[in-house]
Design a protein around this ligand. Structure first.
Ligand code: UT7
Length: 321
């Protein structure tokens, strides 16, 4: 038994912000951002919430799969930028789309969140607990950015991507890996609201994303190829057997570095970060939906997904489309 992705969907805010737009707000340039990251523009919320974008992406994934919301048994939302601490984003989506029969909860593994959620759904379905799952990665990270820190705020975009998966008889997921390295969590962090109770008062209202970009870069180029190799080994496949590598879209140079380490040509590594930036947990399903819509994902293809981010968290999944 395994699972197969049978539908994809995505949603972006309306407002597209180019590098030139940002250069009007801070000391940066289109040339610097493109050269160092590959990013040309990103979409930023002007009111769209994580739950709204996630709900839209979920509706589109269900439509693409030819399924009704009432059929969903498990609804997992991966996000690190929810509007509400309670109820969780997955429950808000459930109400929005009418998936009343689903068990719904959130999962936060930052930019690896969608991948970890996919593995969670796989485990539930493989165990026979549920037959299908709707999995969404959604972020409005722009609210967590320090817009005076040009080293981080230029990287991220808002958006959502979703997939519908269901039990399948043949091989779907061929191998996966997932890891966390909490001891190195300080290189990419964001503080939540401080402690405030009758016995202790911490006035902190929460912080902004802080990042050591060089450390994160080095971590990604080293650990992601290792995580992909581990998943490939479990699948008894070689890097060249994979038709498409759908990686977390953080930086074009990171993706090129990973391709080089795996010894695979860059043409197998589709990119959309030039248009949408780094959308954290939404990045992988957003790109999957674009590829699906463009007819670049055909049944029987071998696809490798890989995500990495704050935590530090990282992993990979090799599957038959
Ligand atoms: O999902 C995971 C999320 N995290 C990541 O993807 C981060 C991975 N890391 C990176 O992508 C890169 O480290 C960055 C793109 C963030 C930065 O590139 P870098 O080559 O590591 O640059 P740097 O931070 O070492 O900065 C080099 C110079 C500095 O100026 P000086 O000190 O050399 O004069 C920065 O102040 O570039 C300057 N700089 C900028 N200049 C123009 C930093 N940000 C900007 C900017 N525009 N936006």
């Amino acid at each position: 038994m395994s699972i197969r992705i049978i539908g994809t969907g995505s949603a972006l805010p309306e407002r597209c912000v180019t590098n030139d737009d940002l250069a009007k707000l801070m000391d940066t340039s289109d040339e610097w951002i493109r050269e160092r990251t590959g990013i040309g523009s990103r979409y930023l919320s002007t009111g769209e919430t994580v739950a709204y974008l996630a709900g839209k992406a979920c509706e589109r994934a269900l439509e693409n799969a030819g399924k009704e919301a009432e059929e969903v048994e498990l609804l997992l939302a991966a996000t690190c930028s929810p509007e509400m601490a309670l109820p969780c984003t997955a429950c808000q989506i459930q109400a929005q789309i009418g998936a009343g029969g689903a068990a719904a909860f959130d999962l936060n593994a930052a930019c690896a969140g969608f991948l970890f959620a996919l593995h969670t759904a796989y485990a539930y379905i493989e165990a026979g607990i549920y037959k299908n799952a709707l999995i969404v990665g959604a972020e409005v990270l722009s609210k967590l950015m320090d817009w005076t820190d040009r080293g981080t705020c230029i990287l991220f975009g808002d958006g959502a991507g979703a997939v519908f998966v269901e039990k399948c008889g043949e091989s779907g997921i061929l191998g996966f890996s997932q890891h966390s390295d909490g001891a190195r969590g300080g290189v990419l962090s964001c503080a939540a609201r401080g402690l405030h109770n009758p016995y202790f008062k911490d006035a902190s209202e929460g912080g902004f994303v802080r990042m050591d970009g060089r450390e994160v870069f080095a971590f990604a180029v080293r650990q992601v190829p290792a995580a992909i190799s581990e998943a490939l080994e479990k699948a008894r496949l070689r890097p060249e057997d994979v038709d498409l590598y759908v990686l977390h879209q953080a930086n074009k140079r990171i993706i090129e570095g990973i391709a080089k380490r795996l010894g695979v040509g860059p043409e197998k590594f589709p990119i959309n970060l030039d248009r949408v930036g780094n959308t954290s947990s939404a990045a992988i399903p957003l790109l999957l939906d674009e590829l699906n819509g463009a007819g670049r994902l055909r049944r029987g293809m071998t696809v490798a997904l890989s995500g990495f981010g704050a935590g530090l968290t990282y992993g990979a999944c090799v599957l038959k489309w």
